[in-house]
Design a protein around this ligand. Structure first.
Ligand code: CA
Length: 476
């Protein structure tokens, strides 16, 4: 069944829908895969300059609105903010129309300006990415796709490029005085801000070509993240009410993140600042505004200036890798266990600082002590691979290249279906791997590590390889 049909049916039957759960989950996974592919596609497009980006925005804003009738509000309109909602023209998707009528009424009842609500939602259209028929294609063989177990070294090599390091270094020197002021105002290291900027939009060179209101509306209609999408849409309306942004300025990535440092609307409302002093918070066109806003967000997330995000380490032979258990321990404790910086010299953090030992590919390959700033990076994007790439770029823009240790590319990794088998068997053995979702997150790795330790398997590193899977199957 096509996903759009499934979802329409789901929306119609909401509250009473019980059947076909597994199919819905598979469809959702297909959708997520489609979204991932789209995101990669967008990322790999030729790099547009800011001028080209602005042209795209203008093109978006000027796209024909042929189905818009000439409507005027019904009933009296009070002074100040409008409270009467004009009717909408059909979007071409009945589920979307029904959702919009309902949501717009709720937004106005909740105090949003009716004219802003109308302007925000008038031009929404179903996007294939969320509601199209073709996402059905990705649905067919999701469980066996190895991409879900894509090794971290592939992610890192596409994210931490020499081009990004070089251009990041260039921007650091071009914007020296701006970064001086940002560091003084927010206490966030310029290299970290630049690394985020590089990861989010290739240093402002690609800010997406979706309309934030439209993509969030599609997300709401798709249904799975409806309340999140609706609250972000309400934030988008408040942004317009405050006068900081105009309706035609709301260019975003596919998930609704906006500007050079990719802020969601709610993040914009709380953390966006006007740093170039022109009176407007312009994260799209003003690098000072975007970078200071990111610094403001990182500071609020607990960023610690002049403390490393992570340090690659060497360990003595026979080291107990099960200590990579997610627990924070004092740096002095780690040093007493024999860990030392790969680059030699001091760690560059106080002995009292807390750090976690992290093995991105288990006992073979690079090993890191991660400090608090790593988790601050994860407030931007919860993936370890993302935060790790931000960290490597933070170092890379000042000429420190890592990791030094070689990635164990010879290791045979598990497919998503294999990981589901691993999770199921760990759960059966009493090592709680969490839900059987085929994604080897920290819960799954922790369960595998406890299994290895209980069975005296060395190394007990929790890294899911074919060998580890066989050991778990043998024990069952
Ligand atoms: Ca500004």
């Amino acid at each position: 069944m096509a996903l759009a049909q499934t979802l329409e049916q789901f929306l119609r039957k909401r509250g009473t829908y019980t059947g076909g759960l597994r199919e819905s989950i598979m469809a959702y996974r297909g959708l997520r895969e489609g979204v991932r592919k789209m995101s990669e596609f967008v990322w790999k497009r030729p790099i547009y300059g800011i001028v080209a980006g602005a042209a795209l925005m203008t093109a978006c804003a000027a796209s024909p609105q042929t189905q818009q009738p000439d409507v005027s509000p019904v009933g009296p309109v009070g002074g100040g903010s409008a409270s009467v909602l004009a009717p909408f023209a059909a979007s071409g998707h009945t589920g979307m129309d029904a959702w919009r009528a309902d949501f717009a009424a709720r937004a106005v009842a909740g105090g949003r300006d009716a004219d802003v609500v109308h302007a925000t939602l008038a031009s929404i259209r179903p996007l294939d990415l969320y509601l199209g028929e073709d996402v059905d294609i990705a649905k067919t063989d999701v469980a066996s796709q190895a991409e879900f177990a894509k090794p971290i070294w592939e992610y890192v090599s596409s994210a931490v490029t020499s081009d990004r390091k070089t251009r990041g270094a260039d921007r650091l020197s071009e914007l020296t005085s701006t970064f001086d002021r940002i560091e003084a105002a927010y206490g966030v290291d310029r290299e970290a801000i630049t690394a985020i900027w590089a990861m989010e939009t290739n240093l402002g060179s690609y800010i997406g070509n979706f309309d934030a209101a439209n993509t969030l509306a599609n997300m709401a209609v798709e249904g799975r993240r409806q309340s999140f999408a609706e609250s972000e849409l309400l934030a988008l309306m408040k942004m317009q009410e405050s006068g900081d942004v105009a309706r035609d300025q709301l260019t975003s990535g596919w998930a609704g993140a906006m500007g050079q440092t990719q802020f969601m609307p709610s993040t914009f409302l709380t953390y966006a600042v006007d740093f170039d002093g022109d009176g407007r918070k312009d994260l799209w066109n003003s690098a000072p505004d975007a970078l200071a806003s990111a610094a403001n967000y990182l500071r609020a997330s607990g960023y610690q200036k002049d403390v490393p995000w992570g340090v690659e380490v060497l360990a003595p032979s026979g080291f107990d890798w099960s200590l990579a258990d997610g627990e924070d321990r004092r740096l002095s404790t780690w040093a007493s266990y024999g860990l030392s910086p790969m680059a030699g010299g001091p760690f560059g953090a106080p002995d009292t600082a807390y750090a976690e030992l992290w093995l991105p590919t288990g006992a073979t390959g690079p090993k890191y002590l991660l400090f608090k700033n790593f988790n601050v990076f994860k407030t931007y994007n919860r993936s370890d691979s993302y935060a790790f790439s931000v960290g490597l770029l933070t170092d890379g823009v000042v000429g420190k290249h890592g990791p030094v240790a070689i990635w164990p590319t010879e290791l045979e990794l598990l497919t998503r279906r294999d990981i589901m088998v691993l999770q199921d068997n760990l759960n059966r053995l009493g090592f709680d791997a969490g839900s059987v979702d085929g994604i080897a997150g920290r819960g799954t790795k922790g369960a595998l590590r406890r299994f290895q330790k209980a069975n005296a398997i060395i190394p007990a590193d929790g890294y899911p390889t074919t060998v580890a899977l066989e050991q778990v199957l043998d024990a069952n």
